[in-house]
Design a binder for this molecule. Sequence first.
Ligand code: ATP
Length: 306
Amino acid sequence: TLQVAMAFALMSSLYGEFMQALGASVRIFALLDRKPDVDNMNGDILGQADGCVEFKNVTFTYPSRPETKVLKEVTFAVKPGEMVALVGPSGGGKSTIVNLIERFYDPDSGMIQLGGVDLKSLDPQWFRRKIAMVSQEPTLFACSIKENIAYGKMATSEEIESAAKQANAHNFITTFEEGYDTLVGERGVRLSGGQKQRIAIARALIMDPVLLLLDEATSALDAESEHLVQEAIDRAMKGRTVIVIAHRLSTVRNASKVIVIDKGEIAEMGNHEELIAKGGVYKRLVLRQLTAGSLYAGNDNLDVNT
Ligand code: ATP
């Protein structure tokens, strides 16, 4: 039992890094999927979760780097059905905001609310099913495509197939001899980045989340895959609250709100037109993209033609 206790202590102290490294993939393992000191197994379940998200003076430091405040007094609100784009220089804190919404970590101070309720008081299992993340490099489980899409949910074959069709994944899945039963992962077929993303989108559609988190691809997929992924993402976004770490100008243009994060703080907030008119950081980022092919100070690869 001592060994078990030690393993558990180690596990919980490494929890954040561990979860971040594995991303969404690990969430199927319900047992590991908890932060024992903060979880509230009898938490609230929102009757009518509407996907409204609020950050209230959120300050955060990664446990492994106690000397650096990564987010400082971050405050913003996302209304139900709104599409909000996070932009800003590399290392500014965009992914950290998403990590906190996914509850890989909790804020040091301040509060994050979903539907007006503190994330900490929401039932974690319920909560995990209400938020879907589509990352740049989705990790798939070493099981069948069908199981990857169903994500532990009791979904019928029809539901799985319909989600895959909407996610533009059905066509490539059916080219495999074993179709939806094809194994993926180390021992299974190798999928391209775009195919993995489309499976992750199908999974998100099956979950029918109130909040969709997206990390837009920085590295270019081949043109056809890019188009198919974008079309699938557009379908998945419909009617949902979306928070996207945006790398494409077309995305920020469509966002109802753009939040510019720089050095852990909100530098600017508004829609594309407002921020261009303001002539500040955002305008400089956009101009840089148009002239140098990158929206960011880092070497993120932006597609200026979209
Ligand atoms: P990018 O556009 O490059 O993805 P970002 O705006 O998403 O950057 P974050 O990844 O949120 O920025 O990083 C914010 C800061 O936190 C950076 O200084 C980064 O080095 C640090 N950081 C990120 N993840 C961790 C972690 N797991 N442990 C410690 N520090 C981290």
